[in-house]
Design a protein around this ligand. Sequence first.
Ligand code: FAD
Ligand code: SIN
Length: 535
Amino acid sequence: MNRDPITADVIVIGSGAAGLTTALNLAASLKVLVLSKGDLSAGSTAWAQGGIAAVLDEGDTFEAHIEDTMIAGAGLNDRQTVEYVVEHAPAAIERLAQLGVPFNPGETVSERWHLTREGGHSARRIVHVDDATGWAVQKALERAALDNSNIRIMTGQVAVDLITERHAEERGFVERRAMGLYALDRESGEVNRLLAKAVVLATGGASRVYRFSTNPDGSTGDGIAMAWRAGCRVSNMEFNQFHPTCLYHPQVKNFLITEAMRGEGGILRLPDGTAFMESHDPRAEMAPRDVVARAIDAEMKRAGLAHVLLDMTHLKPGFVEEHFPTIVQRLRELGIDPVTQPIPVVPAAHYSCGGVLVDRKGRTDLAGLYAVGEVTQSGLHGANRMASNSLLECLVFGVSAADDILARFESVPMPASIRPWDESRVTSSDEEVVVSHNWDELRRFMWDYVGIVRTDKRLERAAHRVALLRQEIAAYYSAFRVTPDLLELRNLVEVADLIVRSAQARRESRGLHFTTDYPGLSDPPRDTMLYPSQG
Ligand code: FAD
Ligand code: SIN
């Protein structure tokens, strides 16, 4: 059945911090449709623990936040972008407070909010809501969006691909631009056309391309893959951040143990109690994440360990429960009491620093297509994102992208008539096992060959496997009706290909990309840029 297209002024794909911030700023004067492939809170935003970085303390300065971000980014950040984001951070926090985010209050009269510390930050500058900041931010944004009559929300809509001039019914000249998207409705199983003058990708990262990850299931790089297929450049895909401390537990695979625990005095130890971070870096537990994750990886490989330990047992009574109530409760449910027992931890894939290339207004290479948040490579993070700078990126770029869309809106034509989704040559799959098998295989070899430490040989092995899987998945995609799992797998293999190619192109070790074949830095620092024509 070919239903009429669903239309809006602007469509935002994604309902995390990036999507909802953009939508709220657009909704001042435009009708906005927000889509999520799961429920409203299914993205990484709701899972964020530590907090949001901003200069809010009298003793702290913008210069220090900028310098710390540049140091963590290992020379690849765009300084102007870093300055832009850091300088807009206090206002972003203020807006959240006005939306009702109950940041923990300060402990002295002069301190409005309590500020915690995380790796790479030279000052206390992380506002937080206990150890569940993301949940509070997500819920405040959701309340505001649900209350706004200019925002329509559709959940359970899996974006398949962007609609561009290629999908127009009319032959002849149609301007090259994003005009909407095709999306699979989980409930009806139909693929609908959704049309708008502008589309915003706010689809989050791609860390589920790895076997072990701190991320929710939906972090499958859909926006990166869709933008790439629509002809946008992607950049710095080799910089996958591995969070040093994910809980090691036989049943629970992706529970993060916040970096703020190290910020508040947690010590990493071997099973025999030896603290090891100082022998890897003078900043010890407060070194940036890439350094800490590599140190843990090295210790685990050296001693053949399944995990290391994060020890909070030396802190004063009551402190851990008071500062980290969510983590304490969850760990106690699992039979670990962090007040009296060290926590078993391992590194896990956490954040995609690379993504769709955007400018400071969130503009991509395709007219009418914007991208905001973890889906992007905005120049903020460089070769390694500093802790708590990513929610901030969503909040700042959500405003700048909305401003640009609003400024151009009147001059943009409403899309021409667009071809409906064509299912005439596909059938329902009788072999779903192909999807689940390929999914497991992909995530396993990405972990083993394209993980924390890389070599040319491992990358070559991964490239061979990606090529085989791509062929198989493409054949499957063209023969069978789409399902949510198939769509995610198709995007994951695309993203895996982009990661492997980017990693192969970087013949040095910088930030999160470490290869034993090229352990040094090469000069000058360069972003990795993949052009769709190479695809
Ligand atoms: P997300 O919040 O991931 O939202 C993505 C949205 O896109 C979802 O609504 C999803 O349903 C939708 N979507 C995706 N694909 C499709 C599709 N094909 N069709 C339709 N919809 C789609 N950062 C910090 O700054 N501070 C922290 O303390 C912090 N802690 C973290 C803790 C954890 C456990 C994790 C996983 C991350 C943490 N991060 C933290 C990182 C931060 O949470 C994310 O970078 C940020 O929330 C990303 O926001 P986003 O809006 O870009 O994407
Ligand atoms: C954490 O709380 O450790 C995560 C912080 C982040 O990813 O920015």
